[in-house]
Design a protein around this ligand. Structure first.
Ligand code: NAD
Ligand code: LMR
Length: 329
């Protein structure tokens, strides 16, 4: 018999009956974020439409049928105020996805209000130490909207998912070097989760000591790596007819896992405090480390002029998105 008291965490997921929801819930309950010994109170949220709530109920039946030992309590919600009560870890996924020919920022008008409402609800109901990852697009600006709508929570509670871009870059580089992602470190993606994102391998290593600058041809980095990662979401929509779901869920798991369990280097969209000349409160992709459930932007990296100017373009796009939603705040 175990003598240690079991820990239970409260986790909320919005858009729980959607594609990413269906790909993430089973993995959360399988212990892939919080570990195999942490029980989970899971609060699932989707919109108040009969068909959607019915689908959500169906997902709940399946979750129960898995007999996950880590599932402590499961509740279904259409109101974020109840779905976010005391929540400690929050995956904000619910939002419209883009279709072929659209950019993610075209979703801002349709999705922005969702994150205002949810920010207000988090402000009122969530644990003061809640960790929020925004997946719904355009993720950086939606995270900004939620953060600005929750003035009683620390800005450090909010993040946007750039991990899919990071993972895509890791995979491309590993393939190019005929290597494995495990052997790579210190790659990151700056800026917006949009085609202006900036993949940065300049501080990266293979096996901890071989600098990627010396191993990768500059032309391949600029002409292949960067555009492949930047356009990967659109490529998937074009091929699959639907936006990425399992890979997005996997990236959200990685993001929250590393925030909770620690990492020496990954990419997260977090609010700037002025680092690298990026204006305060812009939620940009940054290289971060995480320890004791806090993440910090890695400081004092050398950013060459070419990268700095590309990052500037992505940040200008984020400022433009902020300008477009000013009326919401
Ligand atoms: P989906 O259409 O399959 O599911 C979205 C779900 O969200 C639906 O069940 C819908 O009813 C629900 N929803 C809508 N408004 C809601 C609200 N106010 N509260 C709670 N739930 C709400 O879409 P999906 O494929 O799961 O994608 C979800 C979002 O994630 C999209 O915006 C998509 O563009 C985005 N996405 C982001 C990344 C990233 O890297 N940041 C990657 C993939 C997808
Ligand atoms: C992605 O990068 O796959 C997602 O943001 C979905 C999209 O619209 O591209």
């Amino acid at each position: 018999m175990s003598t240690t008291k079991e820990k239970t965490v409260k986790v909320s997921v919005t858009g729980a009956s959607g594609q990413i929801g269906y790909a993430i819930l089973f993995r959360i309950l399988n212990g892939e974020v919080f570990g195999k010994h942490v029980k989970i109170d899971l609060q699932l949220i989707d919109i108040n439409v009969d068909k959607v709530q019915k689908a959500l109920h169906g997902v709940a039946l399946e979750l129960e049928d898995c007999a996950f030992p880590l599932l402590n309590n499961l509740t279904l919600h259409s109101d974020p105020h109840t779905g976010f009560t005391d929540t400690e870890y929050c995956f904000l996924i619910g939002a419209k996805p883009r279709g072929p020919g659209m950019e993610r920022k075209d979703l801002l008008q349709a999705n922005g209000q969702i994150f205002k409402t949810q920010g207000v609800a988090l402000n009122e109901k969530a644990s003061r130490k809640v960790k929020v990852v925004v997946v719904g697009n355009p993720a950086n600006t939606n995270a900004y909207i939620a953060m600005m709508s929750a003035p009683d929570l620390s800005k450090d509670n909010f993040s946007a998912m750039m991990r899919l871009d990071h993972n895509r870059a890791m995979n491309q580089v590993a393939n190019k070097l005929d290597s494995n992602v495990n052997r790579l470190s210190n790659i990151c993606v700056w800026g917006n989760h949009s085609p202006t994102m900036v993949v940065d391998i300049t501080n990266g290593f293979l096996d901890g000591s071989n600098n990627l600058n010396d191993l990768l041809d500059k032309e391949w980095v600029a002409q292949t790596l960067q555009p492949t990662v930047a356009k990967r979401g659109a490529e998937i929509i074009e091929q699959r007819g639907l936006s990425s779901a399992a890979s997005a869920a996997s990236a959200a798991i990685d993001h929250m896992h590393d925030w909770v369990n620690g990492t020496t280097w990954t990419t997260m969209g977090v609010p700037s405090k002025g680092e690298y000349g990026i204006p305060e409160n812009i939620i940009s992709g940054f290289p971060v480390n995480c320890k004791d459930e806090r993440c910090s932007i890695i400081q004092n990296l050398d950013i060459n002029d070419v990268l700095q100017s590309k990052i500037g373009i992505s940040i200008a796009e984020l400022q433009d998105e902020q300008e477009n939603i000013k009326g919401l705040l």
